[in-house]
Design a protein around this ligand. Structure first.
Ligand SMILES: *[C@@H]1O[C@H](CO)[C@@H](O)[C@H](O)[C@H]1NC(C)=O
Ligand SMILES: *[C@@H]1O[C@H](CO)[C@@H](O)[C@H](O)[C@H]1NC(C)=O
Ligand SMILES: *[C@@H]1O[C@H](CO)[C@@H](O)[C@H](O)[C@H]1NC(C)=O
Ligand SMILES: *[C@@H]1O[C@H](CO)[C@@H](O)[C@H](O)[C@H]1NC(C)=O
Ligand SMILES: *[C@@H]1O[C@H](CO)[C@@H](O)[C@H](O)[C@H]1NC(C)=O
Ligand SMILES: *[C@@H]1O[C@H](CO)[C@@H](O)[C@H](O)[C@H]1NC(C)=O
Ligand SMILES: *[C@@H]1O[C@H](CO)[C@@H](O)[C@H](O)[C@H]1NC(C)=O
Ligand SMILES: *[C@@H]1O[C@H](CO)[C@@H](O)[C@H](O)[C@H]1NC(C)=O
Ligand SMILES: *[C@@H]1O[C@H](CO)[C@@H](O)[C@H](O)[C@H]1NC(C)=O
Length: 594
């Protein structure tokens, strides 16, 4: 994402470095010379549909309408929020809708939306065309209900844009909330793809309330974010040592705490998974600042002690690698960047002393720059002003990252392997019972980067597997619930560069394939539920570039999404080529081949 003014001018004003293909993948914008449509086109991200999508919301509230023109360096747009008075809750679901249009030539931009400093959406814009584009992002924000039922909160939307004679695109944005109420939304549950079915009943002679289930939303959400607000509420992380802290005091009757982390990577780390080690860059006298190897991890500390990590899914923005791949179907996660949950309940023994504690966020091996912040979701005991907790166990294996590097001049191979497991446990005695939470978190990481043909062929292969487990036991050691989340995100990028004969142009032939696979399981003595999503994109194409401008090209993207749960299966396939959707099919029920 071309984000900083300096960076932008730097990339435009310096002489072309395009003959050095080790700079790739890179970030480009589509020169309007190659565009040919006559009416505005809709851009889209293929995601699992919201199961209540076809139901009319009880009410719709337009929160903010803003034209993001030359907004670089300005404070974000903001407005006061209050829930709709003519449409009282409780609501079964709340959806945030981000609708935008843009016309002209423009880079893609990163966008953050916060309510009272709590981030509720991280999105990015597609690159527009001369005839204009429009798009809509709809996100289920029901988990922020406790916040959304409050009045007089500030809603903040940050979208830094630069408008000039070349970059003419102004982003026109409407942000709305859609409130869904009652039976109609519930009634659809048995026949539509959905999340977990709430039917865990009291058992084992212990009072297990719905508190233990996923669905109950937090009672209180506290942001772990930058105080300023004028630069957005995210922390800007420039390197590994640049850890950002926030002092937070949590209520003494908190019996469960989950940290939700939002993250995006920009500048020299936009394609961190393809960054070679510095030795390769230095010994070849390359000028690229995209280095420091290809391993990154977001980490969280509490009072300086390591408390968890996130391996981010490599979201590709619409100017990334080959912008023609992402029209009109954008990359997985580009419109709704995933956030990541860390259950920190085992740390309540430390946090419930009525004092403030320091929450830290950093990024291992990072180079400029990362935008990261987090939300603390807290569940409070309504029958008691205090609860008692103790942290019992903490096993944090040593961090090991194995790096292999072999190259001669511009050709060579680099490999990084890493894995780690961390475990924590602790009990909390509240009016729900004396419950012990055990969490474990493990990852396996493998990254291979290959250069051949005097650096003119580059291949990146990355595999990330993450498994998280949260078990809750009664004080007699009886297992009550067990939740696991498994994620896999393989990524494969191949680029061949053919330097042009004239005018400093290059021909790039590129393939990208990537997958976001996620499986959630929830088990108790009564129910055994699971849901999974597999979202797979395969792209191929060519383009002729001059500096960061795409002069000509052609590309196609083939995507398949399969969602499964107890209630059934949903699948969608879409194929786009030369900027047009040629195939678009969705079915309830999956064929065996999917
Ligand atoms: C551009 O539009 C013209 C006229 O509609 C058409 O003949 C031509 O094939 C189009 N070119 C591309 C690359 O789609
Ligand atoms: C809303 O917040 C502002 C600023 O925090 C405060 O001055 C004002 O009194 C509040 N209004 C209401 C109705 O709470
Ligand atoms: C955005 O909001 C304005 C003001 O209400 C409205 O005129 C316009 O139609 C909205 N655009 C869309 C696409 O909803
Ligand atoms: C556990 O919590 C319950 C409810 O708050 C309380 O009645 C009980 O005394 C607590 N047990 C201990 C040993 O503190
Ligand atoms: C809660 O349960 C744990 C584990 O069974 C036990 O060690 C602890 O003493 C209990 N706490 C209270 C307050 O009863
Ligand atoms: C190089 O640029 C010049 C001037 O813009 C143009 O006339 C010429 O056709 C270009 N050559 C190629 C191979 O694109
Ligand atoms: C790259 O994509 C093209 C389609 O654009 C395809 O024909 C080719 O087989 C792909 N190559 C690889 C190595 O996936
Ligand atoms: C898929 O959609 C296309 C149009 O988008 C249609 O022509 C085709 O018949 C559909 N295929 C199936 C298997 O439904
Ligand atoms: C593709 O199909 C989905 C579901 O059938 C539909 O909602 C959507 O409008 C279609 N999109 C395009 C670009 O054809």
């Amino acid at each position: 994402m071309e984000y900083l003014l300096l960076l932008l001018f730097f990339s435009l004003c310096t002489t072309s470095t395009s003959s050095s293909s080790s700079h790739l993948p890179d970030h480009f914008f589509k020169s309007n010379r190659i565009q040919n449509a006559s009416s505005p086109a809709e851009y889209l991200e293929v995601t699992k549909p919201l199961f209540f999508d076809h139901i009319k919301p009880s009410c719709t509230l337009l929160l903010l309408q803003h034209d993001f023109a030359y907004t670089y360096g300005l404070p974000p747009a903001s407005t006061l929020y209050a829930p709709p008075s003519d449409c009282p809750g409780p609501w079964t679901h709340i959806v945030l809708q981000f609708y935008a249009t843009c016309k002209g030539e423009q880079y893609d931009r990163i966008v953050g939306i916060w309510l009272d400093g709590v981030e509720i959406l991280r999105t990015s814009t597609p690159e527009p065309t001369e005839s204009g584009i429009f798009w809509k992002v709809r996100k289920d924000v029901t988990r922020y209900s406790s916040l959304l039922s409050r009045s007089n909160l500030t809603l903040t939307v940050m979208l830094e844009n630069i408008v000039s004679q070349v970059f003419t695109g102004i982003y026109h944005v409407n942000v709305s909330l859609l409130y869904y109420n009652g039976e109609e939304a519930q009634a659809r549950i048995p026949v539509e793809p959905l999340g977990f079915i709430s039917e865990l009943k009291p058992q084992l002679g212990i009072k297990i309330k719905e508190e233990l289930l996923d669905e109950k939303n937090a009672d209180l959400i506290i942001p772990v974010c930058s105080d300023g607000g004028n630069d957005g509420f995210w922390f800007r992380i420039q390197n590994e040592k640049d850890v950002h802290f926030k002092q937070i005091q949590i209520p003494m009757n908190s019996y469960k705490v989950v940290l939700e982390i939002y993250v995006s990577f920009h500048g020299n780390d936009e394609f961190w998974y393809s960054n070679p080690p510095d030795s390769y860059i230095e010994l070849n006298h390359l000028t690229t600042p995209r280095g420091n190897g290809a391993f990154r991890q977001v980490f969280v500390t509490i009072d300086g002690v390591f408390a968890g990590f996130v391996m981010p899914f490599p979201v590709i923005f619409t100017g990334g690698i080959n912008p023609l791949f992402w029209e009109p179907v954008v990359a997985i996660g580009a419109f709704d960047l995933p956030s990541y949950d860390l259950d920190l309940s085992p740390f309540l023994g430390l946090l419930l002393d009525g004092k403030s504690h320091s929450f830290g966020i950093g990024v291992t091996d990072s180079i400029p720059f990362w935008l990261v912040d987090a939300n603390l979701h807290l569940w409070l005991d309504s029958s008691s002003p205090t609860v008692m907790a103790k942290s019992v166990m903490s096993k944090v294996s040593a961090f090991n990252v194995k790096r292999k590097s072999k190259f001669q001049n511009l050709d060579g191979k680099f490999q990084i392997d890493s894995e780690r497991k961390i475990e924590f446990s602790g009990w909390v005695n509240s009016s729900i019972g004396n419950l012990t939470t055990y969490t474990s978190h493990e990852f396996k990481f493998k990254n291979k980067i290959k250069f051949k043909n005097h650096g003119q062929f580059k291949e990146v292969e990355q595999k990330i597997k993450v498994k998280t487990e949260v078990k809750v036991e009664s004080d007699t050691g009886e297992p009550l619930t067990r939740k696991t989340i498994k994620r896999k995100y393989p990524l494969h990028v191949q680029t061949s560069t053919v330097p042009g004969l004239e005018n400093n142009t290059d021909l790039l032939i590129t393939n990208v394939s990537h997958v976001l696979y996620e499986k959630h399981s929830f088990r108790s003595s009564r129910v055994d539920l699971s849901r999974s999503v597999s979202n797979n994109q395969v792209c191929g194409g060519w383009m002729v570039v001059q500096d960061h401008s795409v002069l000509s090209g052609d590309a196609s993207t083939d995507q398949t999404l399969v969602y499964k749960d107890e209630a059934g299966c949903y699948s969608r396939t879409i194929f786009a080529s030369s900027g047009k959707v040629l195939r678009n099919n969705s079915t309830l029920g999956c064929t065996s081949s999917l």
